[in-house]
Write a protein that binds this ligand. Structure first.
Ligand code: RTP
Ligand code: MG
Length: 155
């Protein structure tokens, strides 16, 4: 059944530069759409090093941080906001483990990647992270509020 408040959780989902270069944008969006999640924000941009550093601030100081920032700012990304029931946790499940070789079959990273540093997609790891990341990457007026014709059949 449809309960707007329970089904309005949002996650920040981003196709990383490797996914964009490889033409996997549609494959990523397709999976979230077919699961029943609603796309409420999307844009393509080449992130600055500053934006990439803020996005991955939790990893600042770790050995892999400089290369991670270099990589994320090395090309175009597709930044998305998806909305729906339990989208943060379910989105992470759909994405798979950080290391694609350890990702479960059927997950995005298992189906499209083999290297930890080239794992094609980012997903928020908690509702709090999602709110921080969405505010970092999007202005409020770039997020759409709308009803889909099929929504009553997803819930
Ligand atoms: P993401 O934030 O990109 O969705 O990935 P994640 O939550 O699965 O993994 P996280 O721990 O947040 O790490 C962010 C990205 O940094 C790279 N990484 N390299 N030990 C390493 O060399 C290492 N650990 C992490 C990965 O590309 C990971 O996606
Ligand atoms: Mg992470």
């Amino acid at each position: 059944s449809f309960a707007a408040s329970a089904n309005s959780e949002r996650s920040f989902i981003m196709v990383k530069p490797d996914g964009v270069h490889r033409g996997l944008v549609g494959d990523v969006i397709k999976r979230f759409e077919q699961r029943g999640y609603k796309l409420v924000g999307i844009k393509v941009l080449v992130p600055s090093r500053e934006l990439a550093s803020k996005h991955y601030a939790e990893h600042d100081g770790k050995p892999f941080f400089p290369k991670l920032v270099d990589f994320l700012s090395s090309g175009a990304v597709v930044a998305c906001v998806f909305e729906g029931k339990d989208v943060v946790k379910t989105g992470r499940t759909m994405i798979g483990a950080t290391n694609p070789l350890a990702s479960a079959p059927g997950t995005l990273r298992a189906d499209f990647a083999v290297d930890m540093g080239r794992n094609i997609i980012h997903g928020s790891d908690s509702v709090e992270s999602a709110m921080r990341e969405i505010a970092l990457w999007f202005n409020a007026d770039e997020l759409a509020t709308y009803a889909t014709a099929t929504q009553a059949w997803v819930y």
